[in-house]
Design a protein around this ligand. Sequence first.
Ligand code: ADP
Length: 426
Amino acid sequence: MLRGFNAELKRVALFTALCLLFGLINGYVLPTLLAGGGLYMFWMLWQIRQLDIWLNQRRKTPPPEASGIWSDIFESIYRLQKRQERESERVRQVLNRVQETTGALPDGVLLLDSRGNIDWWNPAAERMFGFEQSDQGQPLVNYVRNPKFVSYMEKQDFREPLDIPASGNKDNRLQFQVTRYGQNEKLVVARDITYLHKLGQMRKDFVANVSHELRTPLTVLKGYLETFADAAQLPENFHVPLTQMQQQCTRMHLLVNDLISLSVLETEVNLERHQPLALKPLLERLRDEAAALSADKQIISLSCDDNIKIHGVEKELQSAFGNLVNNAVKYTQTGARIHINATVDHYGLRVAVTDNGPGIEPRHLPRLTERFYRVDDSRNSATGGTGLGLAIVKHALSRHDGRLEITSQVGQGSAFICHFPKQRLA
Ligand code: ADP
């Protein structure tokens, strides 16, 4: 381009020199120069017109013939146009492939703008939510009106996916997974998890039924074993087996009771209305029970303000805090200190059970609330643990919008902290 410009400059200089020479010959230097300038300007305007006509053509044709710098300008624009066409074609192909891929997905995929309005969706999302073209730009919460979904989108905390019943058919379940990208735009994947949900439901029902069915035969066995153990004329060699049978029976009884508690927490809708409960008397009761269990081997203390009240179901909260306090008694050595502490701050209520026992290695901490997870099987069989205690705590807390935080250091002790939001305080 610069070369063309230099050539054009030379051409202008030559043309001016010619005009000057012609002016000197005919004796009209200035008019000849002006006439030459006018001629050059006219040529320039002509080329600009040619460019304008060419650029405004609908169908792109090769550039018109031109000379000098204009030939360079036409060529450069033409090359740019061609490059842009190739780029557009490439983008079109990528877009087609993305659309084909997302079209083949069984999951609904939606793109939301930063305000939560629907920008784009794939065919599966169209089937799931019945979108039409006019729905573009509308807020997604207008179509998924479930209050849980609305507050999930408002809270903007998308670390965990959300499972809710499908709007059209309450028997179907949808799982929403939201990922942020760009300028707070969101990619929403909606998956039909009805089948998985039904399987989970079947598992829960199966465990609940089996536990209930086992309770009665176990009670009968336990009763007979106690009668046999009390019988005076029992032969000497029956004593050890009978004691072992009684121990195993008690263990199974505990296990069945924990399984039933867990399945009630998992399956039962919280029909019982949450009541405002005074926390101190509840914790005092648990402290006294733990002291009886400990038989003065550990030092158990409690601090809780008299006026703290929490909205909740007493049985469930008692089970949650009770499990934590009993664990502290079960898993700490003689002379250990156990402290129950309830405080209110501006986040809400915090109930902590801390001890200076043996502590737990960090690798176990994330798995402690899994069903049947135990740090050390051999040690726990001696304590009579079922491995379900902390799973019960987790479920009972989540039914009260709470969560469990566990911190521990080997050789220093552990802290099990229940956090409840402000709204739970009465
Ligand atoms: P379990 O019925 O076996 O007590 P949990 O779910 O209540 O089951 O507890 C899981 C595991 O966490 C226990 O097996 C135990 O090893 C560990 N654990 C719980 N509380 C404490 C504690 N205060 N100190 C040390 N370890 C604990």
